[in-house]
Design a binder for this molecule. Structure first.
Ligand code: NAD
Length: 494
C-alpha cells in the first residue's frame, strides 16, 4: 500500500488545503490511513477561479472534439494501467473487496473510453427550416461544473461525472466524500498527468476533499459553478437542488433507494436465490441500487426465505483484501452503528431477525466495522426499516398475495431507483417492468450495468440520468443558430 500524500489538488496545484485536518481510516482495521489537510472555502474559490481560466484557455477551449476525445482515451489508458493500485487504495479506504474495487477501476477506464467514442461520433442536428434560412442547434461547454460524490464507489462515480464533463469542454471541481477521499485523489493524479502530457491547463480538474456542509456547500454555491452533478443521499440532494434553484443552474441528482426484488412462484429458485443474495449483500449492502426489500409470492415464501437465510449465514465475512471474502466491513464504524440502530428499531417494531443482526464475533473482527448479513421478516411494509434506506447488509422480506398486491407494496415507497424481477413468465415480467416505478428494472439478473445505458432514479431517487451518449449533452448548453440563405432585406422594414 503506498504512503498517502497529504496534498490535495487545488486549481492545478498539489498542495495541502487550508481546511481542517481530515483523517481517513481503513474500516477493516480501524487504523488511520492518512491525515489530509482538507480544502476550505478560500481553496474552493481559488480552484473555481483557476477552473474558469482553464475552461476559457484557447489551449482547451479550441480543442476539436476528436482532440478532446484523445485526452479522454489517454486517461482511460492510465486508469486501466493503474487499476490494481486504484483498487488497493479504494479497498483500504472503503473496505470493499478487491474483486469489486478492481472491477470499479476498470469500469472507470471504460467510462472514459466510451465517452471518448461518444464524443468522436456526436452530431449536431440541422433543424427543419420554415423559410430562406438554415437552422441548427449546437452545444457549448458550461464552463466550470461541480461533481459531488458519495463514499460508496468513488472511482466509478467520479468517472461518470468527470468523463462527460471534460468531453463537453468544461473544467471540473470534484468533491469526494469526507470518509473516502483517497481514490479520487489517486484518480486526480492520473488525470493531471494526461493533461500535462498534452500541455493542457492543469486547473481543468480540482479534487477538494472536506466536509459536505463546508466544502461541498462552498462548491455548489460558488458563483462560477454553472452545473452540479450530485450523487448522494436524498436529503443532501434536496439541499443541492435548492442551491441550483436559487442560482438557476442545471443539476442532476442520483439519490438513495429502497429497491424491491420480486420472486414469483414460477421463478428459477436457485437463480433467484443467487440473485437476491448478490443484490443485497454484495458491497455489504452499500449500493444505492441494493435490492433491500424482498417480495416473495406467499405460496413459496416460507421455503424461499428459509433457504435464503441458510445461504446468508454461509456468506464469508472478512477484510476486502482476502480473496475469499464476500462481505467486507462497512465503510466506517459510525455507519456500522447507524445500520445496527436500524436493526434494533426493526426488532422493537416486531421484526424477526432471521439471521445476522449483530457484528460477527472473534478476534479477526474486533477492530473492523463489520456487520453480519441480516435478514428480517414479520414487518409490515409501512415499518421504518421497510421504508428508509439502511445502506447496509440488511434485507427485509415480505410476502405478497397477487400481482396487484405486489405492485401496491413495491410502489409504496418514496424511492424509485431499481427493481429486480425473478420469473420464468416473460409476460408477467413485461407487465411488472412497466408497473413498478423504478429507473432501472432487471429481469432475472441484478446489478448488471452497461456504460451505454442511461442510469437515474424516479421519485425521491433522483432527477436526470448519467451514462449513455446523452451524458455529454447534460454538461453542455444548447444554442440555436439561424443563417439566412436570402439576399433580400427582411420585409417588415419595407
Ligand atoms: P451524502 O448525501 O451524505 O454525501 C454525498 C456527498 O455530498 C459527499 O461528498 C458530501 O460531503 C456532500 N455533501 C453533504 N452535504 C452537502 C451540502 N450541504 N452541500 C454540498 N455537498 C454536500 O451521501 P453519502 O452518505 O456520502 O452516500 C450515501 C448515499 O448516496 C446513499 O443515500 C446512496 O443511496 C446514495 N447513492 C446514490 C447513487 C445513485 O446513483 N443514485 C449512487 C451511490 C450512492
Amino acid at each position: 500500500m503506498p504512503r498517502f500524500s497529504t496534498d490535495i489538488l487545488i486549481g492545478g496545484e498539489w498542495r495541502p488545503g487550508q481546511g481542517a485536518p481530515l483523517v481517513t481510516t481503513n474500516p477493516a482495521t480501524g487504523q488511520a490511513l492518512a491525515t489530509l489537510n482538507a480544502a476550505c472555502p478560500a481553496d474552493v474559490d481559488e480552484a473555481a477561479r483557476a477552473a474558469a481560466r482553464a475552461a476559457a484557455d484557447p489551449a482547451w477551449r479550441d480543442l476539436l472534439p476528436h482532440q478532446r476525445a484523445q485526452v479522454l482515451s489517454r486517461i482511460a489508458e492510465l486508469v486501466e494501467e493503474a487499476a490494481g493500485e486504484l483498487a488497493a487504495v479504494q479497498t483500504a479506504d472503503t473496505g470493499k473487496t478487491l474483486a469489486e474495487t478492481k472491477a470499479l477501476a476498470l469500469s472507470a477506464a471504460a467510462t472514459f473510453r466510451y465517452t471518448a467514442a461518444a464524443l468522436e461520433t456526436a452530431e449536431e442536428a440541422l433543424t427543419p427550416s420554415r423559410g430562406a434560412y438554415v437552422t441548427m442547434s449546437r452545444y457549448e461547454p458550461i464552463g466550470v461544473v461541480a461533481a459531488i460524490n458519495p463514499w460508496n464507489s468513488p472511482v466509478a462515480s467520479d468517472a461518470q461525472k468527470i468523463a462527460p464533463a471534460l468531453a463537453a469542454g468544461n473544467a471540473v471541481l470534484l468533491k469526494p466524500a469526507a470518509w473516502t477521499p483517497l481514490t479520487s485523489l489517486a484518480l486526480g493524479r492520473l488525470i493531471t498527468r494526461a493533461l500535462d502530457e498534452r500541455a493542457l491547463p492543469a486547473a481543468l480538474l480540482s479534487v477538494l476533499p472536506g466536509s459536505g456542509r463546508v466544502v461541498g456547500d462552498a462548491i455548489a454555491t460558488h458563483p462560477l459553478v454553472g452545473r452540479i452533478g450530485f450523487t448522494g443521499g436524498t436529503e443532501t440532494g434536496r439541499a443541492i437542488a435548492a442551491v441550483a434553484a436559487r442560482k438557476l443552474i442545471p443539476v442532476s441528482l442520483e439519490l438513495g433507494g429502497k429497491s424491491p426484488t420480486i420472486v414469483r412462484a414460477d421463478a428459477d429458485l436457485q437463480q433467484a436465490l443467487a440473485g437476491v443474495l448478490f443484490g443485497i449483500f454484495s458491497a455489504t449492502g452499500q449500493s444505492c441500487i441494493a435490492g433491500s426489500r424482498l417480495f416473495v409470492a406467499r405460496e413459496i415464501y416460507a421455503e424461499f426465505v428459509g433457504q435464503l437465510v441458510e445461504r446468508a449465514r454461509a456468506l464469508r465475512v472478512g477484510p476486502g483484501t482476502d480473496p475469499d471474502t464476500q462481505v467486507g466491513p462497512l465503510v466506517h464504524h459510525a455507519h456500522r452503528d447507524a445500520v445496527a440502530a436500524y436493526v434494533d428499531l426493526a426488532r422493537a417494531q416486531g421484526g424477526r431477525v432471521r439471521c445476522g443482526g449483530a457484528a460477527p464475533e472473534g478476534e479477526a473482527y474486533r477492530d473492523g466495522a463489520y456487520y453480519l448479513p441480516t435478514v428480517i421478516d414479520g414487518l409490515p411494509n409501512t415499518a421504518r426499516a421497510c421504508q428508509e434506506e439502511i445502506f447496509g447488509p440488511v434485507l427485509i422480506a415480505l410476502p405478497y398475495d397477487d400481482e396487484d398486491d405486489l405492485v401496491r407494496q413495491a410502489n409504496d415507497s418514496v424511492y424509485g431507483l431499481a427493481c429486480g424481477i425473478w420469473t420464468r413468465d416473460h409476460r408477467a415480467a413485461w407487465r411488472l417492468a412497466h408497473r413498478i416505478e423504478a429507473g432501472t428494472v432487471w429481469i432475472n439478473t441484478y446489478k448488471q450495468f452497461s456504460i451505454a445505458t442511461p442510469f437515474g432514479g424516479m421519485k425521491d431517487s433522483g432527477l436526470g440520468t448519467e451514462k449513455g451518449r446523452d451524458a455529454i449533452r447534460a454538461y453542455q448548453r444548447q444554442k440555436s443558430l439561424y443563417w439566412s440563405t436570402s439576399d433580400a432585406p427582411l420585409p417588415w422594414a419595407g
